[in-house]
Design a protein around this ligand. Structure first.
Ligand code: PMP
Length: 479
């Protein structure tokens, strides 16, 4: 299947960007018959790193991902200036200029991984490395949005992503969502009622799995319906998916107290793990209208500042031109170190890692929801176990507060603020949901929520924090 030509969706900036003439000469660099006097490249002999050693845990991570690598049970990446292992990125190359798309060995790994996970139906997909999804989203906005364009966003979304978009002077169109994320019928309705004098939105920005902040995940059926709407109304789907691999087993109440918890069940096979992942938008992408932003931040470490963009080749080429004159490419140390590890783990070891990571998050999610069951006053609070990601929400009904109409002047935000402050007084910080409201979105009712994460602290602290938050809610509601 071939991708559609979507060049009409490019921004003026992307359309007018030309390759740097100096960069075009680089294809001759390293050719044995050419003495290359063309670039300001320092000789790698002058790079003051001869060898880098890294110790990492060894697949299949039977003792958990937090177990320290020990003697005889460690993966040691020994990285040299010049190539020794076929899969390594030699320091002489990674620390040099060049390879805007990414170092070939790492690109190969990421491409094989993407093919394994997403099985993208159009043949023209490719990948380009990024400095993580923050940068990849900025690059996406530059590539597609002009001032006055509109973009579809979830009603509640990641504030940094919204802030990234603001200076592009785009108009935000909030898309209604529920516990399962974007509601496709409501998205369709938006287009049915679209004022024909306005240009239709260029793209949908969605955090489809383990959404930040709501913790919701789109089902396969909703993704299919949304993809069809994108084809019909000719917009791109930008899936920002740092939490994709934090998809968990189903929550069972009380499971965290049961020593025979489901996460102690026999380990999933790779096939079972892969089959249980919700299909991505990329998996549905027959037309080449999905831009997938993937990141190592939540699966390896945020500070590696490394991710990758998956899209059809023609669109990706515009990102490469942009990267040539902005990030150039992710840091050479990062590329050598990450590929040193992934090359040694192999695709299979990396899947082992993702399975082991999922187990950690399942334990934390189950524990969190069990503690919420014990500590939250159920008559005013609702919560839903997330199926993916790092976030959970506690939803409250302001109208159930006895003084809602009087003391709080029927304003749910005032109740939210009172709980936020009471939480701080008791010693627990959860983020008020209103901080995540997309521009142009007004809540439909008197409910409000707080976002918490089970990612950042160990279980004992989670328990203390949630007990304190429960106390704060009870105090404010006079319960
Ligand atoms: N997108 C979303 C939805 C996020 O929640 C985050 C991190 N909080 C990021 C992007 C940032 O990702 P990265 O570290 O890859 O830039």
């Amino acid at each position: 299947m071939t991708a559609k030509d979507l060049s009409h969706l490019l921004s003026i900036e992307a359309k007018t960007r030309r390759p740097s003439p100096l960069k075009t000469a680089f294809k001759y660099y390293g050719k044995p018959d050419i003495v290359f006097l063309g670039g300001g490249l320092p000789m790698s002999d002058y790079f003051p790193w001869d060898k880098v050693l890294a110790y990492s845990p060894e697949p299949p991570f039977a003792d958990g991902i937090a177990a320290k690598p020990t003697e005889g049970k460690a993966v040691i990446s020994e990285l040299h200036k010049h190539k020794i292992e076929e899969f390594d990125v030699p320091l002489a190359r990674s620390l040099q200029y060049g390879h805007t798309e990414g170092q070939p060995e790492l690109l190969k790994f990421v491409k094989e991984h993407t093919a394994l996970i997403h099985k993208i139906p159009n043949e023209e997909w490719d990948v380009v490395l990024s400095v993580g999804n923050t940068q990849a989203w900025d690059a996406t906005l530059r590539t597609f949005c002009d001032p006055g364009d509109s973009i579809l966003v979830e009603e509640y979304s990641f504030p940094s992503a919204l802030e990234t978009a603001s200076p592009f002077q785009v108009d935000y169109v909030p898309v209604p969502m529920d516990n399962g994320g974007i509601i496709p019928e409501k998205l369709e309705e938006l287009f049915e009622n679209w004022d024909a004098s306005n240009k239709k939105p260029k793209l949908l920005y969605t955090i489809a799995t383990g959404q930040n902040p709501t913790g919701s995940s789109l089902s396969a059926e909703r993704r299919e319906a949304i993809y069809k709407i994108a084809c019909k109304h000719d917009f791109l789907i930008v899936e920002d998916e740092p939490y994709y691999f934090l998809q968990m087993n189903d929550y069972k109440q009380g499971a965290s107290e049961d020593p025979k918890h489901s996460y102690d069940e026999p380990k999933q096979t790779h096939e079972e793990f892969l089959a249980a992942l919700v299909p991505s938008f990329s998996h549905l992408d027959t037309e080449g209208r999905v831009v997938r932003l993937d990141s190592f931040s939540k699966v390896l470490a945020p500070g590696v500042r490394l991710g990758w963009i998956v899209a059809q080749k023609k669109l990706l080429e515009r990102y490469v031109r942009l990267h040539e004159v902005s990030i150039q490419t992710p840091s050479g140390f990062t590329q050598s170190l990450v590929q040193g590890l992934l090359g040694r783990w192999g695709q299979s070891g990396y899947v082992d890692w993702l399975i082991a990571l999922r187990k950690e998050y399942t334990i934390k999610r189950d524990f969190t929801i069990d503690v919420l069951h014990k500590n939250m006053p159920k008559d005013v609070v609702e919560f839903f176990p997330p199926s993916a990601g790092m976030f959970f929400t506690v939803v409250l009904d302001a109208s159930k507060h006895p003084d809602f109409k009087t003391k709080f002047a029927s304003d749910p935000i005032k109740v939210e603020t009172a709980i936020y402050e009471a939480g701080l007084e008791k010693g627990c910080l959860m983020i008020p949901g209103s901080w995540f409201q997309s521009p142009n979105f007004k809540p439909h009712d008197n409910t409000f929520f707080f976002r918490g994460t089970y990612a950042a602290v160990p279980l004992d602290q989670l328990k203390v924090g949630l007990e304190r938050f429960g106390e704060a809610v009870k105090t404010v509601y006079g319960l």
